[in-house]
Design a protein around this ligand. Structure first.
Ligand SMILES: Cc1cc2nc3c(=O)[nH]c(=O)nc-3n(C[C@H](O)[C@H](O)[C@H](O)COP(=O)(O)OP(=O)(O)OC[C@H]3O[C@@H](n4cnc5c(N)ncnc54)[C@H](O)[C@@H]3O)c2cc1C
Length: 298
């Protein structure tokens, strides 16, 4: 149990007690956490982590919660949100930005200012930190193509600069995902100059495509499964007969079979069950083991 008064006294930043994770995730599922803290600065974050480690309190960093499924029974620890880490410094081709910065907003802001190569991110509803962790991407591009370096807080609470090759970006994974306990504080992107009008047209065209092909009016966390090497995940889900399948309030989208949508007050358990059934059926019918892109948090 967390001593709420003790935590409050430390003044690490704003605290919300007993937040429901369904209010902080794009799937709109998940029970209560003990507390959510918004550190004011890197020093506050280090202070908070020192405190949590000493008191042996669990914690989880959450960006925009657009790739997470929190359990219905909640999280018995502290959620750390880096919403205050939104500084943005532009110097020629180098853009240094805080981990809490909204990726869609950044993409549109920089594209409109005449920078190229961040157009792919205009439909990804995460934060910069979450996008680096996941190596978020689309249209044959991802964060690995544009991140020059990132400042990480190590599990020993030291601040270290990691360059692109250290970050080990691969399809929907990175050093951060592979090494527990590291926190991204900020990153420097390197973007070439381009033509603002062209970039904005590309963004508009892709937005149109997304709206046409993805169920964006329902809560979801984007693609459920990683794409196997030879066949897209949506095709396997569709072939296995799951398009439109519903468990409780969760449904495999009719529009895009690699999306599960929360159509009617879904629980995390509904989503878990649907995912497990799909995996079992696809394995049995096609001998392919689908892997989740989304992360379950207990
Ligand atoms: C409608 C929709 C469309 C989507 N389209 C795409 C797409 O085209 N391409 C794509 O790749 N993804 C897509 N996604 C998935 C999601 O937006 C991305 O995975 C995104 O990068 C997650 O960022 P986040 O800030 O929401 O991270 P969260 O979901 O909050 O967290 C994800 C993981 O990152 C960790 N994390 C977050 N911030 C930090 C940090 N600062 N330091 C260390 N670890 C951190 C968390 O602990 C967690 O393990 C989509 C999602 C939705 C809802």
């Amino acid at each position: 149990m967390i001593d709420i008064q003790k935590l409050e006294k430390q003044d690490f930043g704003e605290i919300i007690f007993k937040p429901y994770m369904k209010d902080y995730t794009t799937y709109k599922v998940g029970g209560m956490a003990e507390a959510m803290v918004f550190p004011k600065s890197v020093e506050s974050l280090i202070g908070l982590l020192t405190y949590l480690k000493k008191e042996k309190i669990r914690y989880k960093v959450v960006g925009n919660g657009s790739n997470l499924i929190f359990s219905d029974s909640g999280f018995d620890g502290v959620i750390i949100k880096l919403d205050e880490f939104t500084h943005l410094n532009i110097s020629g081709n180098q853009i240094t930005v805080g981990a809490g910065y909204n990726l869609m907003r950044l993409s549109i802001k920089l594209s409109r200012s005449g920078y190229r190569n961040l157009e792919f991110a205009s439909g990804i509803p995460g934060t910069l930190g979450g996008a680096i962790y996941m190596n978020a991407g689309a249209y044959q591009s991802d964060m690995g193509y544009i991140v020059k370096s990132a400042k990480l807080l190590t599990p020993d609470l030291e601040i270290k600069t990691f360059f692109n090759h250290d970050l080990n970006f691969h399809y929907r994974t990175s050093f951060l995902k592979e090494h527990e306990g590291y926190i991204c504080l900020e990153a420097t992107l390197e973007l070439p100059f381009g033509d603002a009008k062209e970039s904005m047209e590309l963004i508009a065209e892709r937005k149109k495509r997304r709206v046409e092909s993805q169920p964006l009016s329902y809560p979801s966390a984007g693609s459920v499964f990683r794409n196997p090497k030879d066949i897209p995940a949506w095709k396997l889900v569709e072939l296995a007969g799951f398009k439109g399948r519903k468990i409780g309030g969760a449904q495999v989208s009719e529009k895009h079979a690699n999306f599960i949508i929360n159509v009617d007050g879904a629980t995390a358990a509904d989503i878990r069950k649907l995912i497990d059934e799909i995996k079992e059926s696809v394995k049995e019918k096609y001998n392919v083991l689908l892997k989740e892109e989304q992360e379950f948090v207990k």
